[in-house]
Ligand binder design. Structure first.
Ligand SMILES: [Zn+2]
Length: 296
């Protein structure tokens, strides 16, 4: 017979499955086995789904205690009872249930390498903010690779090339064969990222491009000052900021200033973006006054 918890085939004579499921009682009764069963999987996603399944089985057997007062002693089952069975804190149990629900409705969570990152992502999602959930550059790389065709900013001109050495991503121009070395930056220092992309561009130019031109692209969450300064002297490297909304990644080109006036403008524009409505109103007044002074 097949165990409804671990899905393994077990002989008819076994009363309790190695996962802790009791075939006669149709519920999980062996707390030692079930705790080991949950611990035995390598990823947090699998662990959370196992916890959710145990909870589901117990509810199916006992029914819900409901929300009435004094429910601790009422007949039926509650999430806290599952927490007790599994030896985890009720708040951890609540978090696991949210994560299990999140995994079913938001596939991006599958890519969160840690439970903490997933929990943050769920919190942000519940607040209505679509935030990126990339816990590492590797996750971002995987996402771009899988969704290349949907990222029009790249796929309209470039096609992704086979992964080469330890480059983040390599692409080839669809018509003229130029190479594009893509480097991803989540939280590494700007100097390191720029140094690395230059080295990769050199490697591609010498060993891979067949004489075609080589360009670079750095994709980051937000362009920091160091990165922008470094690229002011690197005409062949462009910079884009990514944002993720409803599972769709967009890339916005970051213009690199080349003069002090352009630099001032850049900072001004960024500051304005962060202003509240009241601040903008006050600023408008100041600007109007300044304009009048300049015109006099
Ligand atoms: Zn089992």
């Amino acid at each position: 017979m097949k165990c409804p918890l671990c899905d393994l085939e077990t002989s008819e004579t076994v009363a309790i499955c190695s996962c802790g499921y009791n075939f006669k009682e149709c519920e999980v009764t062996d707390s030692v086995r079930v705790r080991n069963f949950i611990k035995a999987v390598p990823t947090w996603q699998e662990r959370v789904l196992r916890v959710e399944k145990v909870n589901r089985i117990q509810f199916a057997k006992h029914g819900s205690k409901g929300n009435h007062p004094g429910r601790a002693n009422a007949p039926g089952w509650s999430q806290n009872d599952t927490a007790r069975l599994l030896g985890i804190h009720p708040s951890t149990m609540t978090r696991h249930m949210r994560q299990a629900e999140g995994l079913a409705t938001c596939p991006q969570l599958q890519r969160c390498s840690t439970m903490k990152a997933a929990h943050q992502a769920i919190g942000l999602r519940e607040k209505g903010i679509q935030e990126d959930v990339f816990g590492s550059e590797e996750e971002l790389r995987g996402f771009i690779e899988q969704n290349w065709d949907e990222i029009k900013e790249l796929s309209s001109e470039w096609e992704i090339a086979v992964r080469w050495r330890d480059l983040d991503l390599l692409a080839k121009h669809k018509t003229d064969g130029r190479c594009l070395v893509i480097e991803l930056k989540l939280d590494r220092e700007a100097d390191k990222v720029v140094g690395q992309i230059l080295r990769y561009m050199g490697e591609v130019r010498i060993h891979r491009s067949g004489g075609s031109a080589v360009e670079g692209l750095i994709i980051c969450r937000t362009a920091d000052e160091g990165l922008v300064y470094a690229l002011a002297c690197m005409e062949k490297i462009s910079l884009r900021e990514y944002s993720l909304c409803a599972g769709k990644l967009s890339l916005t080109a970051v213009s690199i200033p080349h003069t002090a006036a352009e630099w001032k403008c850049r900072n001004f524009r960024r500051a304005i973006k962060r202003c509240s409505a009241e601040e903008l109103e006050a600023l408008t007044k100041v600007l109007e006054k300044r304009k009048l002074e300049l015109n006099q």
